[in-house]
Ligand binder design. Structure first.
Ligand code: PCA
Length: 325
């Protein structure tokens, strides 16, 4: 018995030399597949924090909605069920319309425009999140959103009755305004939803179509460039307040690097995944003139509606953004 005790305390001493005593594990739920560029970036971020804090804070990522489905991740972080996680915040625009600033059709259709929109919106987003006990660590855009269909579509009239997968308020509203039937499906469930006919179309990036091999069921991708929604990596506010200054410094350093790397990948991935969709057999092309102008009219309606819902805060974001143009 004595021998065992000695051995154990010897081990404890050896461990104490290499790792601080108060090691914690932070489980990090993420909604998107492990191969997705957001997930790959978050995995590197997690490793960076674990290495940088010498294991004092070990972040363990759980991609593909394995720990919590996308829709539940924000609440899980807010309530402290998990200390950290990644979420597409426009999925919560029904709670606060400001979360949907990044899903306004044609307001900021390129990476450069979108960078300005983010600069205009970031202070308001940080404020709203802090009020909800959420601390923003970093945020990365998805590539521009285009329309996927299982058939050729050259006008909004062609969309009548098609089952359309939505992922936030804006996508559901787009479906309504185009006469389609919205159905909410998590990205991780997409291949199955298309294979079984639960959905026949969606708006998303080339990246998500590529990750989910949608060419197995869908045939057309129209490069509409409607908007660039963002993913956010958030920490529970109490967890953040309890984190040492040294730990915070490492986490912020790793978060900054992740934000640059993620944006770089989002840009690189745009054309790479269009090529991937083509290799899978899909037609990847710009929308017809008719489709483009039909969608622009719907975009105007959605912009007006969003400004009404988001009130002064929303108007300030759009005004600040337009002043940068
Ligand atoms: N992929 C995510 C959100 C935006 C995107 O490009 C999805 O389709 O769920």
């Amino acid at each position: 018995m004595k021998l065992i005790t000695n051995t154990l305390s010897g081990l404890a001493c050896a461990t104490a030399l290499t790792a601080p005593a108060m090691a914690e594990t932070w489980d990090m739920p993420m909604a998107y597949s492990a191969s997705n560029f957001h997930s790959a970036t978050a995995t590197e971020f997690a490793r960076c924090v674990t290495t940088g804090t010498m294991g004092e804070i070990e972040i363990v990522t759980h991609p593909g909605g394995a720990l919590f489905a996308g829709a539940d991740i924000k609440r899980a972080i807010q309530t402290g069920q998990v200390p950290i996680g990644e979420r597409l915040l426009s999925g919560h625009a029904n709670e606060n319309a400001v979360f949907g600033f990044d899903s306004i059709p044609f307001l900021s259709p390129s990476f450069d425009d979108h960078a300005k929109l983010w600069e205009a919106a970031k202070p308001e987003m940080e404020k709203v999140l802090e009020e909800q006990n959420l601390h923003l660590l970093y945020s990365i855009p998805w590539p521009p959103q285009g329309l996927y269909f299982d058939r050729e579509v050259t006008s909004v009239a062609d969309m009548e009755g098609i089952k359309f997968r939505s992922y936030n308020n804006a996508t559901a509203r787009l479906a309504e305004l185009t006469g389609m039937a919205p159905v909410t499906i998590e990205a991780a469930e997409l291949s199955q939803a298309f294979a079984t006919g639960v959905a026949e179309s969606m708006i998303s990036s080339g990246a998500t179509g590529y990750d989910q091999k949608v060419w197995e069921s869908l045939t057309y991708f129209y490069q509409v460039d409607a908007w660039l929604p963002r993913n956010y990596v958030l920490v529970n506010g109490d967890t953040w307040a309890d984190t040492s200054d040294a730990g915070k410094a490492v986490i912020e350093g790793c978060a900054g690097l992740a934000e640059y790397a993620g944006l770089y990948r989002a840009k690189e991935y745009t054309n790479f995944t269009y090529e991937g969709l083509r290799e899978g057999g899909m037609m990847v092309q710009p929308p017809s003139e008719q489709l483009e102008s039909d969608l622009r009219a719907i975009g105007d309606t959605m912009t007006t509606e969003w400004l009404e819902q988001a009130g002064e805060a929303g108007q300030a974001i759009v005004d600040n953004y337009r002043a940068m143009q």
